[in-house]
Design a protein around this ligand. Structure first.
Ligand code: SER
Length: 313
């Protein structure tokens, strides 16, 4: 039976990937690791929960030994907008923790490891329409810099030590379980929160902004699919391009309005506009589709219906 350690357990991806892993592998076999946030009662009672700093080798080593870990999902990360406010913190958290986890993965002969990259690995000199898998990676945010460095580090550990580490360049992920937390694509989440709470939303990017997006259910599915694939199917050892749908902030607002009577959206771009403008609007993820059968399910309409239904509860 697999013994899985998941860092960043209380973040956007962790909060939903962990329940999915637990229903697949059993509650006791998935160890959730948080750091500074307190889990809800429900989350704490659902399976093993530990507090540790993923930058600290001794703390993580103790958990690997205690639970006999053979698989790691290292999800810790400071996102793009917070990373611009605190670049030193973003570098330290994102890079030190990744290096720590990779070193321990080699030392303990971990069978498989996952680490998330992002569309933030791209930058203004990348072709921003239908962005290819192999392309310019010259981001202008600290978050993006850590994603490119992290991708190369993962590939290095695969080539040098044979570590089976896999990664995805997630697009903006839309979900309802955790409140938006410091990213540039957060507007596509916050709009639903505010639509329900206030009936209006002031969007921090302009209405023409188009970014690649995905519903959390699809993001979880892609992650599990990538990690289930036979090693010979994995031909990309930096990170796979991954997408579902692209839409403008205006189209998003119109779609939300079609579900919530009287909803209005204003647009007041702030410093996050520049970050959004440096990222692709559409992505070519054919490699993921060819190599391990990636296929998304949720379009904008399905996302809106599910977001609104769950947030209303
Ligand atoms: N959603 C992330 C952000 O906006 C991108 O990976 O920072």
């Amino acid at each position: 039976m697999k013994k899985i350690l998941v860092t960043g357990a209380l973040g956007q991806i962790g909060s939903e990937l962990i329940p999915a892993l637990r229903s697949k592998y059993g509650n006791e076999n998935v160890i959730a690791v948080g750091h500074h946030k307190e889990p809800t009662e429900e989350f704490r009672n659902a399976g093993p929960f530990e507090t540790a700093d993923a930058r600290n080798k001794d703390e993580i080593r103790a958990l690997i030994e205690k639970y006999n870990i053979d698989t790691i999902y290292h999800l810790v990360g400071v996102l793009s907008a917070v990373g611009e406010a605190k670049p030193d913190l973003a570098w330290d958290v994102n890079m030190t923790s990744l290096k720590t986890m990779l070193d321990l993965a080699v030392e303990y002969k971990i069978e498989r490891m996952f680490w998330p990259s992002s569309i933030a690995a791209f930058g203004p000199t990348t072709p921003l329409e239908n962005t290819p898998q192999q392309t310019v990676l010259a981001p202008t945010t600290m978050y993006g810099v850590t994603k490119v460095a992290g991708e190369l580090l993962c590939q290095y550990y695969f080539v040098k030590y044979g570590l089976d580490v896999r990664s995805l360049r997630y697009p903006g992920v839309i979900s309802w379980k955790t409140a938006p937390g410091g990213g540039t694509t957060d507007y596509a989440v916050a709009i639903y929160y505010d639509a329900i709470a206030k009936g209006s939303y002031d969007c921090f990017v302009n209405e023409k902004t188009v970014l690649p997006m995905m519903y959390m259910d699809d993001a979880v599915k892609a992650t599990l699919q990538l990690m289930d694939a036979a090693p010979e199917k994995i031909t990309i050892r930096t990170a796979y391009n991954l997408t579902a749908i692209s839409f403008s902030a205006k189209e998003l607002a119109e779609n939300v309005a079609s579900h919530i009577d009287g909803f209005t959206c204003t647009f007041t771009p702030d410093s996050r506009q520049k970050i959004a403008d440096s990222w692709p609007s559409t992505i070519d993820d054919s490699k993921a589709r060819e190599d391990w059968g990636w296929k998304h399910q949720f379009g904008l309409e399905e996302i809106s219906i599910d977001m609104i239904k769950n947030l209303k509860k």
